[in-house]
Ligand binder design. Sequence first.
Ligand SMILES: [Zn+2]
Length: 490
Amino acid sequence: MMKWIGRLGLLVLIGLVCLVGVLLWNTARYTLAPTAQSTGGAPLLRVGAERVAAKLGNALRHQTVSSVDPNSVRKDAFTAFLDQIADDFPRVHAQFERRLISGLTPVFHWQGRDPSLPPVLLIGHYDVVPPLLNNRSQWAYPPFDGAVAEGHVWGRGALDNKGAVISALEAAELMLETGFTPERSVWFAFGHDEEVGGARGAQQVVSYFQSQGVQFEWVLDEGSMVLDGIVPGLAKPLASINTAEKGYMSVDLVARSEGGHSSLPTDELSVEILAEALVNLRDNPVPGEYDGVTKAFFDAIGPAMPFGQRVAFANSWITRGVLASALSGANTTNAMLRTTTAPTMLQASPRENVLPSEARATINFRLHPRDTVDGVLAHLRDVIADERVDVVHDGSGRPASAVSRVDSAGYALLSSTASAVFGDVIVAPGLTIAALDARHYQVIADDIYRFNPFLFDASDLPRLHGLNERVSIDNLVKAVQFYAAVIAAQ
Ligand SMILES: [Zn+2]
């Protein structure tokens, strides 16, 4: 018997040693994917830093704030912006065919030499969110002055998204100055209502292209940047070229009970029933997995992580469960792993001394590419399982976008160009957790990538839709070089 146990122990020991060996072997072989740092042999374009900074300053001076209420939109600011870019990019406006969609979203066509090649499309938006006017004095430079100071251009829209729009236009303008013509056609579309859903801008642009039978090889939109010090543990900046964006849906939970006078509360109050349901939901999130676009992202950045994490990412065949629960622990990685659940609006009694007969909560979900609207609803009903609570869904909502390919020529070009412009960076295919104009375009493009070529660090995060939005002039120069190199390859 003892001998038998001894043999078993020996076998377990040998098994463990083998396992550790396999884990370490996988870790040793797990290295960063090589990214060609090339722009096809062409040197990066020489860019006049002051010139592009001044043009962005001009663009930021127009208060192109979009709104869901069309009556509150200052249309004159949008037309003034369009006049401004016509002045600042004369060659683009003289040589490209320009069309205004819904009167305010410009689409430019740079005719390529070979019309048989599928074209590419660069998109962005020039509408902005309001500048938090209550805090106007907290802006170091007023949000619509377009100040060029301290090595930066300051103002609402500098990062989101006029900086990219102006950089792409400047790249085209400079290339026209050199007499360049691309082989395949390059199109540009700059939406005027992205921040409020893109119904009159991007959606109508897509209808226009459909009516013309234009299908793109790829589309490039905003959606991520070169993230510096944003991912904990990552030693190098990360060019996250996002291949998908999450979906969106909202659902109401409605709990009912007897109303009455608050001096005589009953046993089961609608607010308490609703609160129970909300706690239940928090404790039972939509399941997340270490797979798909999430796995592709961590597979790409894992080799640059500290040793312990590297072992885990290199051996996800055995650690995927551990990885999924570890990544669920931080809100940023949790949002990459699963459909998120966010109760956002609560409604009950209109008066402090009245028991509400109905309590209502609105839950906002951001759908991971693996989930469907129906699947999330089924999960929600399963978790609530309380006949006192109605799950009310008006049929709206949408799944996540399709996931674009990473083995395409387009992805390879964007990756190698990011490396050529930004130097020693990691390139990874990521998931955009917010909603963009890009989602409208998937019906007319094989692949859609979401990436703005700006170096972005933790101090920039609160500036997005926040105070003191700005972009460095150095970033603008790099962005122009990036777009120029991408166009030069067409
Ligand atoms: Zn944006």
